[in-house]
Design a protein around this ligand. Structure first.
Ligand SMILES: Cc1cc2nc3c(=O)[nH]c(=O)nc-3n(C[C@H](O)[C@H](O)[C@H](O)COP(=O)(O)OP(=O)(O)OC[C@H]3O[C@@H](n4cnc5c(N)ncnc54)[C@H](O)[C@@H]3O)c2cc1C
Length: 356
């Protein structure tokens, strides 16, 4: 029988897996619970392609060895390069945005401490005291980039379809295991045979794998966005992050987003944070067009899990937390390497305790 690969989840990660596998000549079907691809955690994210924040909050460096941190940063740098060329091929209209991100701190001691930490892990950073520092101590990360993940997901899913990928939208799926290996997936009452299944369900990933005896250390961490029309006044052309609140101001082609925060219950908090930082700018944004919330898939290992599971034919690509846009393309490519070359990547394996 011809080998059929099913991907469950059409977020940034599932789409990137499909892209890489189709490039290697594989047949791919994608099951997505929502009625469009890319409506999960990425839809209104902050748009930053920021290898600088791979080990963020930077205080969590202790959760990873320096070697693992470097491996993760190199995945982010590779992803940034690949993403640039994919965005160019897909003719993303925002490809020529200026490079860089700026991060604001509430005091100079934090700025100095973090700059030293960024130097230690090899992340380019420099003091920034231009107008968008908003009278706060700030660092600029000149090698970061930004762009719309929503636009990319839409164009990539159209391209995947053109290249033979089959989407099953509005279909919530679960893997079916027989005799210790994947035999297919179940969606509603239908069974679809498959030799391989990749779980790329974002924050829902543990829910799908727990009934199979796999305890995946990924937890949902809520984030929010408030979307505004783009006013005429001057706004920053690169994203501005506020370190303490884990939030950002990003100006896209036709709108402005305040987004981020970690685990807060309500998007209104973004108003409070940014009004405190720059009240004039926030009042000029006018009435919001929409409020949005989503769960980030945050891995308790401080890095994503991109691996085969102990169940034959079952793979996982999830846990990208605040970094899914930055890491998506190289994560899809690594998944394709693991599948087609039957290789292990120890830095992204499941922890040994995952099997219960
Ligand atoms: C407010 C906010 C700001 C962010 N800012 C940035 C940023 O600036 N830069 C950055 O790099 N990252 C950022 N992120 C993180 C990034 O958006 C996520 O890491 C990324 O979207 C995760 O992608 P994913 O494909 O794993 O999950 P998702 O995008 O959530 O996709 C998972 C998909 O699986 C589907 N699904 C779930 N269960 C099933 C099932 N049983 N059957 C079928 N389908 C299923 C869901 O419907 C969903 O479409 C941000 C996130 C948030 C919330």
């Amino acid at each position: 029988m011809e080998k059929q690969t099913v991907i469950i989840g059409a977020g940034l990660i599932g789409l990137s897996c499909a892209d890489s596998l189709i490039r290697r000549g594989m047949k791919v079907s994608i099951f997505e619970a929502a009625d469009q691809a890319g409506l999960g955690a990425s839809q209104y994210n902050s748009g930053m392609i920021h290898p600088s924040q791979t080990i963020a909050p930077p205080g969590t460096l202790s959760a990873l060895s320096i070697k693992s941190a470097r491996r993760l940063i190199s995945l982010a740098e590779k992803s940034q390069d690949m993403l640039r060329s994919r965005r160019a091929q897909l003719k993303c209209s925002d490809i020529d945005r200026p490079a860089g991100t700026i991060q604001l701190y509430d005091n100079e001691a934090t700025q100095v401490k973090l700059s030293a930490l960024y130097d230690q892990i090899g992340i380019a950073n420099k003091n920034y005291d231009g107008p968008w520092a908003m009278e706060k101590p700030a660092l600029m990360f000149p090698n970061d980039a930004s762009g719309s993940a929503r636009l990319f997901s839409r164009l990539l899913s159209e391209d995947i379809r053109r290249r033979g990928g089959v989407f099953h939208l509005g279909q919530s799926a679960t893997p079916v295991i027989e005799d210790g290996r994947v035999s297919g997936i179940k969606a509603g009452k239908s069974f679809h045979p498959a030799n391989r299944t990749i779980i790329a369900c974002g924050a829902k990933t543990p829910e799908l794998l727990e009934p199979l005896g796999l305890n995946i250390p990924i937890v949902p961490v809520k984030g929010h966005a408030i979307v505004f029309g783009r006013p005429d006044n001057e706004l920053p052309s690169i994203p501005i992050m506020h370190f303490k609140s884990h939030s950002a101001l990003t100006v896209f082609e036709d709108h402005v987003r305040l987004s981020g925060t970690l685990g807060e219950t309500d998007s209104q908090i973004l108003y409070k944070i940014w009004k405190r930082i720059n009240p004039d700018m926030v009042s000029q944004l006018g009435k919001p067009l929409l409020h949005w919330s989503a769960d980030r898939p945050v891995s308790q290992l401080a890095r994503p899990i991109i691996a085969k599971t102990p169940i034959d034919g079952l793979f996982i690509n999830s846990g990208h937390g605040h970094m899914g846009w930055s890491l998506c393309t190289a994560s899809g490519e690594l998944m394709a390497d693991i599948i087609t070359q039957d290789r292990m990547e120890p830095e992204f394996e499941l922890p040994p305790r995952a099997e219960s």
